[in-house]
Design a protein around this ligand. Sequence first.
Ligand code: SF4
Length: 353
Amino acid sequence: MSESGAGGQPSGGSLSSYVAELYDTCGQRKAMGQSSPEFARPHFFLLRTFLAENDLLVILNTKRCRYQCAFCRLPAKSIRSWVPDSDVLAQFRFVATEVRHALSVVDRVTLSNEGSVLDESTLGGGALREIMSAIGAMRRVRRIDLESRLGFVRPDWLRRLRAEVPRATLGVLTGFETLNEHIRDEVLVKRETLAEFLAGLDNVALAGAALTAHVLFKPDPQMSDNAAGIEAMETIQFLTAECGGRDIELTIRLNPMYRAAGSSWAAAADATAGYAPPRLTDVIRVAEQAAKAGIRVYIGLSAEGLAGDGGTYRAREDYSPALIKRVKLFNDGPGAGIGRADSAAARVPSLVS
Ligand code: SF4
């Protein structure tokens, strides 16, 4: 089989075992977390469903993120030196070639570089603009999400990028994680104050862009299961109100916290008596409550190939494959189609556990 699996040669054996192997190596179970072997290849790509749409996720291989958030090991995948625009463009060309027979069904594209694609000290603006133009050639695409910290959002630049794909909504995908300032500053070491986040949100609004925000479920290893649910709901309420007040379309990606092997967060978790990863049942309950209140929510199950043993929801007593099925039904089901967040944060119910 080829490096990516796609387009590989039959490896012998039955047709069904060949297809099963392709399904596992190129589909949702595709291995994640490895660094790209060369400049001209991305770290990862996957054609997946996201909120009942076909989303092409591309994780570019660029200079590494300059931040060192305590819970995150993603920057370690990338090198410290500059990756020329020509290599970045070759990465996207490689992905387009690999998924060529499915390009006409791609509804949306998510562009990441395990950091901030809007940080021009890691990814060249010229390369990003050319990739946007290439996405414009995928005529079914109606949404493009650029992953970035909000501090790198410049409204004029976003508007120029958006002009490359006028039929699509441009979104910024960002890790908000939590409303709790102690957790942001001391536990996650985000180096992004709430004031800085809100200033970035003003720029998202000025650019006329949408927002998708990662919310971490149980971001503090010292949190109880009950406190985690309450904190997640308060965070979702906050984002709903702030985006509603700025007329920004909001999507929440609710991610059960995983213990990233080798991170200082993992060391703190290991040193915490009684630490336990989140219960998926609790994550689903919060997501369902938010969806019921009209908020667009997606439950992110991936540990990005970086979690150590026992570091995810799978280690909890409630875990079963049936829960995964429930999450998939939720992500692709009626809750997936819920539209704009509005300013009525009061409509979000308190979590009663
Ligand atoms: S969370 Fe984002 S900003 Fe922080 S280290 Fe990871 S990739 Fe960089």
